[in-house]
Design a protein around this ligand. Structure first.
Ligand code: ZN
Length: 87
């Protein structure tokens, strides 16, 4: 799989560290309650289809990138810097 880093361009996925679902960017408020934090820390979806994942280009520019991709086809639809990512 190739990931189009917004800074470096098209790169092999082995240059990237996979952090997980980009929902990690949406942490609950500190006082959100036990159920919200349990869901945030322990529960993960495993969808077949479009996902938004957080990757670090550790073998390149070290940027955090939100990658929108299709897990069924491995098509990368979009890659954007995490600090500029749209929800
Ligand atoms: Zn890069």
């Amino acid at each position: 799989m190739r990931i189009p880093c917004p800074i470096c361009g098209d790169r092999d996925r082995r240059e990237f560290y996979y952090q997980g679902d980009a929902v990690a960017l949406n942490r609950p408020d500190p006082d959100a309650g036990e159920a919200a934090w349990d869901d945030y820390v322990h529960l993960r979806d495993n969808p077949a289809g479009i996902t938004r994942d957080l990757w670090c280009h550790e073998g390149g520019c070290s940027a955090w990138i939100v990658v929108t991709r299709n897990t069924a086809t491995h098509e990368v639809i979009k890659a954007e810097l995490a600090r500029k990512a749209t929800k």
